[in-house]
Design a protein around this ligand. Structure first.
Ligand code: STR
Length: 516
């Protein structure tokens, strides 16, 4: 009986596939629709997406069969994958508004209270208003501001003290929690005007819930492709819900504290800036945009702060970890950065933001790290909000579009030896100025959903790396293997865990007490 049922299901699936292929052919798919991966009813193209490779690598390889832009079915959702920069820019820039939608998925809905944030929230008037006030607030506290430089330098100082202490007792360290704490404290100062010291239980809790979220959210897990799977017990979803609830309690606490002693006259941090924007929209009855009409609820503010916090911590920490990993693999790059630091900054003071222009090789190294291991190799999927096209291909409203940044950054036609770590490719012919040698480079995205934290991230990467490399040479402990460069796919591309020896450079054997 069972085998008969199995046979019936198999025949039904095979027939459905045949009919679908025939339909496609008869509808004159021709040049109009992108090439399509085979798809079965219900499961979509899942069978063609199996294999050992992570999705960004697989999507890059599939170009050989289907060309740079192709489509597939994820469950019942039509998805177009874009692997070339010309089409990527059409989606992000030329037709930015048409492709500004976001899909709703089970895991991101859990994280963001049904899309009430900026990164995963769908395109709407509320979304535009939110983005505008966050952008304004970030500008006020971030870019070019002397105070943010001071905050980052204080964290760099404390990070270097930890490395120095470890070095003095010959200890190798997992840099991950140290870098995370430094970056978290920068965002904490910015958002909540507070910071954490080493071993603070709230910080430890934050480390563990963040990891839980990164491990389980928005990685095209089965439950996101097939939402009905929620009815079955699902360990990942349970873990995500637990982590989100811990995060939400923490955010709520900060939010309540801020609301309690909020004053219209002082703006201590980003949270105050958001509260002020909300209040002024509420009081301003004559404005076309009132808080009511754009739906700026407390939930929205909370989720927005959650976004800034999560994005600010996970992304910058991940890039710093990739930078350290590549520097350990390439001691000659480390040496060259140190020579540049020695000649342009010297040993009597610490690097400052104003040194950025005179340290091109360090800047080139940061660019190369962002190229070779992009934080978000598939970005976050976009959705077409109306019928449109990409190149000659027609795109129906509601289609999801995945831009494969990995393909853009590893395109052999655009980059010589793309798997080779070579900061020199971002230097001009005299090796004194910076260039971007290909337009196939979008580490922070582009268009109306471009990364809001780009300027802040660049300041942090520059200051943290220059402070560390001025004082230390990084390596793996003697006898240890070099860390893998492969990366673990998720909402961010994660580095492996490993220990690092930070050897003080001559003259830096004892941490000097100097600030920038
Ligand atoms: C990390 C974990 C967390 O606690 C909260 C968030 C929400 C914002 C996310 C962030 C995440 C991961 C990196 C994202 C960011 C928004 C923009 C950023 C996805 C899941 C990138 O696009 C790289």
């Amino acid at each position: 009986m069972a085998w008969f049922l199995f046979l019936c299901v198999f025949v039904a699936l095979a027939l459905a596939l045949l009919v679908q292929q025939l339909k496609l052919r008869m509808s004159g798919r021709g040049p109009q629709e992108p090439p399509h991966l085979p798809a079965l009813p219900l499961i979509g193209s899942l069978l063609s997406l199996q294999g050992p490779n992570p999705p960004h690598v697989l999507f890059k390889e599939l170009q050989e069969t289907y060309g740079p832009t192709y489509s597939l079915m994820m469950g019942s959702h039509r998805v177009i994958v874009v692997n070339h920069h010309v089409h990527a820019k059409e989606v992000l820039l030329k037709k930015g508004k048409t492709f500004a939608g976001r899909p709703r998925t089970v895991t991101t809905d859990v994280l963001t209270r049904d899309g009430k944030d900026i990164a995963f929230g769908d395109y709407s008037a509320t979304w535009r208003f939110h983005r505008k006030i966050v952008h304004g607030a970030l500008c006020m506290f971030g870019e070019g501001s002397a105070s943010i430089e001071k905050i980052i330098c204080a964290e760099a100082q404390s990070l270097c003290s930890v490395l120095s202490e470890a070095a003095s007792v010959g200890l190798a360290l997992d840099l991950s929690p140290e870098l995370t704490r430094a970056v978290t404290n920068v965002i904490c100062s910015l958002c909540f005007n507070s910071s954490y010291s080493r071993g603070d239980p709230e910080f430890e809790a934050m480390l563990s819930y963040s990891q839980g979220i990164v491990d389980t959210v928005a990685k095209d897990s089965l439950v996101d492709i097939f939402p009905w799977l929620q009815i079955f017990p699902n360990a990942d979803l349970r873990r995500l819900k637990q982590c989100v609830s811990i995060r939400d309690n923490l955010l709520q606490k900060k939010f309540d504290e801020h609301k309690a002693d909020y004053s219209d006259h002082v703006q201590r941090d980003l949270m105050d800036a958001l509260l002020r924007a909300k209040r002024s929209a509420e009081n301003n009855n004559t404005a076309e945009i009132s808080a009511e009409s754009v739906g700026l609820s407390d939930d929205h503010l909370l989720m927005t702060v959650g976004d800034i916090f999560g994005a600010g911590v996970e992304t910058t920490t991940t890039v710093l970890k990739w930078a350290v990993t590549y520097l350990i693999h390439h001691p000659q790059v480390q040496r060259r950065i140190q020579e540049e630091l020695d000649s342009k900054v010297g040993g009597d003071r610490s690097p400052r933001l104003s040194d950025r222009g005179s340290l091109p090789y360090l800047e080139a190294t940061i660019r190369e790290v962002l190229r070779i291991r992009p934080v978000a190799p598939l970005f976050i999927p976009h959705v077409a909000v109306s019928d449109t096209s990409i190149g000659d291909f027609s795109v129906r409203k509601g289609t999801r579009v995945i831009i494969n940044l990995w393909s853009l950054h590893h395109d052999e036609k655009e980059w010589k030896n793309p798997e080779l770590f070579d900061p020199g490719r971002f230097l001009d012919s005299e090796a004194t100025g910076l260039t971007i040698p290909s337009s196939s480079y979008l580490p922070f995205g582009a268009g109306i959903r471009v990364c809001l934290g780009e300027a802040l991230a660049k300041m942090e990467l520059f200051l943290f790396l220059s402070w560390i490399l001025q004082r230390f040479t990084l390596s793996v402990p003697p006898g240890h293997a070099l860390p893998s460069l492969e990366g673990k796919f998720g909402v961010v591309l994660q580095t492996p865990k490993y220990k690092v020896t930070a050897t003080p450079r001559p003259g830096w054997e004892r941490q000097r007490s100097q600030t920038c």
